[in-house]
Structure formats: C-alpha cells, structure tokens
Design a binder for this molecule. Sequence first.
Ligand SMILES: Nc1nc2c(ncn2[C@@H]2O[C@H](COP(=O)(O)OP(=O)(O)OP(=O)(O)O)[C@@H](O)[C@H]2O)c(=O)[nH]1
Ligand SMILES: [Mg+2]
Length: 315
Amino acid sequence: MDLYEGIRARNRLAAARLISLVENDDASAREVMRRLHQHTGKAHIVGITGATGSGKSTLVSALTKALREHSRTVGIIAIDPTSPFTGGAVLGDRIRMQELATDPGVFIRSMGTRGALGGLAVATNDAVNILDAFGKEVIIVETVGAGQVEVDIVGLAHTSIVVTMPGGGDEIKAMKAGIMEIGDIFVVNKADREGADRAAAEIEMMVEIVKREPAYIPPILRTVATEGLGVDGLCNAIFSHYDYLQEHGLLEEKVRVRIMGELLEIINHRVHLSVTDALEHDPEMLDLMKKLVDTREIDPHSGAAMVIRHLMKRE
Ligand SMILES: Nc1nc2c(ncn2[C@@H]2O[C@H](COP(=O)(O)OP(=O)(O)OP(=O)(O)O)[C@@H](O)[C@H]2O)c(=O)[nH]1
Ligand SMILES: [Mg+2]
C-alpha cells in the first residue's frame, strides 16, 4: 500500500502503519512524512497533561464524545509512560476507549515511551502530523506531567489543558516548573469528590501570579469525567481558546514554536545517533576516547568540542 495515498484517502490502516514506521525510526517513513507536510497545519492540537490518575484518559474519552457531538473529527495520541508490554494502564485505557474506536470519526493511538526507537518526542510529533494530514480536525495528545516523559506538551499543542483533582495540589506544584504558565485551561476533575473548591482556589492563586498575554484569563473548570459533567464546558473553552489565538494573531507564533521544537528534536536525535556511532566506530574518535579515558590527556569539554569539529568536517 502506498502510505501517502492511503493517508490522503483516510485509510486508517495506512495511518496506523505509518505511525509504527515512525516509532521504529524507519527511513522509509521520512519520505512519506516529506510528502505529507504540505497537508498538515490544519488541525487544532490540544495537549492534556496533569497528575497521574487525575482522570486524563477518562476526560479524553468524554471530551471526544462531546467533540463528536460538535461534528469534529478527532485524533487521540495517548503517551503511556509505562512499557507497552507491561503497562496495565494501557489496557484500562484501551477498554475505556474501545467504544470510541468503533467510530470512524475517531482515531486512537497509544505510544509507549520505550517503544519509540526514534525518540518519543520525534515520533509523537510525526504521529500528530500524520493525523493532521489524515484530516482529523482536533488532535488530542495525553501525556503525564511531573516530568515523567520527555515530551513537552507546550511545544506540541496549540491549547494546553492541565488536569488536577481534589487533593492533587501538591502534585501540581511539584510538576515541571512552568506548568502554570503553560496551562491555557485548567480542569479540576473528580469534582464529585470533596475538596474541589479548594483545588480550584489553589489553582486560581497560582494562575494569578503568572503574567498573561493580554485579554486572556485561563478558565478553571470543574468536571466529573466519569459522568460527562462539565465536559461540554471544556469543549467550549477549547474552541474559545482557539478563537482567541486566531483573533490576536497568536496562532502563527504557536505554529512557529511547534515547528522549531520539531526541528530541534529531530536534530538532537540525529546528532545523538551519529555521535554515538562515531564514538564507537570511527578510528579517529576511538583514539580520542583513549585520550579521554586511558591517558586523561583530554578532558570531556575539549573532547566534545573535538567531536563536534570532526563531525562537521565529515558531514
Ligand atoms: N470519582 C471520579 N473518578 C474518576 C473521575 N474521572 C476519572 N475517574 C477515575 O479515576 C481513575 C483514573 O482515571 P484515568 O482516566 O485512568 O486517569 P489518568 O489521569 O489518565 O491516569 P494515568 O494515565 O495513569 O496518569 C479511574 O478509575 C477513573 O474511573 C471523576 O470525575 N470522578
Ligand atoms: Mg491515562
């Protein structure tokens, strides 16, 4: 099957295959990605991050149902921090999302952090682009916060949603620095539990400290994802944020940041591979390693500079 044609024809198997190829860092995927690029840039990319067990996946399912009611097609990429083989959470997510998976307007893919040979960030960006070229209008990327995975949701999404739950305030505070700055929408899920008011007040305090773009105050919403309560409000907040970005000319900047991020991730990954390869196989580099390790004639800083010069000459 020609994967490019398949994806343009909205063949789900083609999308699934291409995502597997990018996960495996398969060189043949790059040619397809090159051709698909001109068809990307249309989707609204929504990132959902937050405390473990706060109900992100449940919320993604409920949100997807709401988006479908608004006639939007949806792509879901769930980044699972556990191994693709041992992760019980993946199984739970799968069962929960099975209902959605039978809807032709929804495409779901879970990416294991240990599965992606090409670097998870690169594979995730590629998967987003594949679903974008496929024609999905809203692409949701679920990832855990707390720095457990390397994927930086801010660089990836146009709209970033931070999910917490009653009693989860400490975890929010402990999350990667800047989580309050990145949230475009805050959700206190499990609002059926005691302490939702307090959780919302805590977020409000933290949000206030952060200086914002003009005319945008990130909403703090309450949901009960298991019941679908408050989810339509979340859906509307997502649309409103996109309108806000467009009206204030901020979307272009988001797009620029995202592509820049993609570029850097790809460069990092490629440089990493080529340096590792050179240090293990290139005779000149093997000699350099000896001087670093055995005789200690060269220190790591000078060594790194020499490796970079050597690779630049070679490229
Ligand atoms: N009471 C209550 N439970 C909820 C709500 N939303 C989700 N849950 C439950 O919380 C548990 C965790 O939900 P998930 O959706 O797997 O949470 P998650 O944030 O995706 O979890 P990880 O991906 O493992 O970080 C499940 O047992 C859900 O049924 C809610 O609004 N209220
Ligand atoms: Mg989850």
